[in-house]
Ligand binder design. Sequence first.
Ligand SMILES: Nc1ncnc2c1ncn2[C@@H]1O[C@H](COP(=O)(O)OP(=O)(O)O)[C@@H](O)[C@H]1O
Ligand SMILES: [Mg+2]
Length: 261
Amino acid sequence: MAEIQVENLKVVYRGVILALQGVSLRAGAGEAVALLGPNGAGKSTLVRSLAGLLPQYDGRVLDGRILLNGQESHHLPALKVASLGLTAILEGRPIFRYLTVVENLRAAGHKLPPERQKAITEEIFTRFPRLYERRFEQGGYLSGGEQQMLLLGMALLTEPKILVVDEPSLGLSPKLTEEVMRVLDELRRDKGLTLLLVEQNAKAAFSIVERVYVMEQGRIVFEGTSQEAQADADVMEFYLGGAAAGGFAEAKRYRRRKRWV
Ligand SMILES: Nc1ncnc2c1ncn2[C@@H]1O[C@H](COP(=O)(O)OP(=O)(O)O)[C@@H](O)[C@H]1O
Ligand SMILES: [Mg+2]
């Protein structure tokens, strides 16, 4: 059992900026769920909340709660949350740029017994042959796609039950985006992971999740299956149409915002 439940979560930065205004979301054990929405919607704030990282950003939970496997976690520090089986890959590809691939992996797996670390590292190199080829290269010299694979490898070394990934497709070509989505889907199935995929690229997310939430201005404005989302004219116009064109249709979003709230 590895389930995420977010109930009416309100989050504030610096005591005044209300970034989440009562967000509820659920991902069942082994389920793949996407959180979609434009820049500034509050997606990364939810990721930070789940990972216990709000204090690092001068943020805090005002109201509501998060349950991981039924255990309240929103007041726990990051290390404690990690020990409950949740691993978050934050946006912006936060690898150690001056460490090699091997060193990055060693750092990520430092808490594991050596033989476990070795076995998982071998698995990573089998899954990602390209990372093996580049194992002595500094992280900063890898391509965006390779860095994303490295981050997934680093996540595997924490043996997660719940994986939260913040905008893995950002800055990647359509082909690499497809590859990253395929890998995420494979990992979820092979490991029985619960996956919360945070994306602006709705089209990419639809390919591997059963259900989606759409967020705007700190609120969930749509919740349904991938099929329902794709059949919804508004969601299509705002989120899939925009994404297919390579980004959000800003003008349309602002013109029609009133219909959401
Ligand atoms: N550390 C911070 N301090 C103050 N405001 C922040 C901070 N991080 C994010 N915000 C604000 O919170 C809102 C949601 O941001 P974010 O969660 O990063 O959205 P998204 O990931 O959907 O782009 C935005 O208005 C953003 O400016
Ligand atoms: Mg973000």
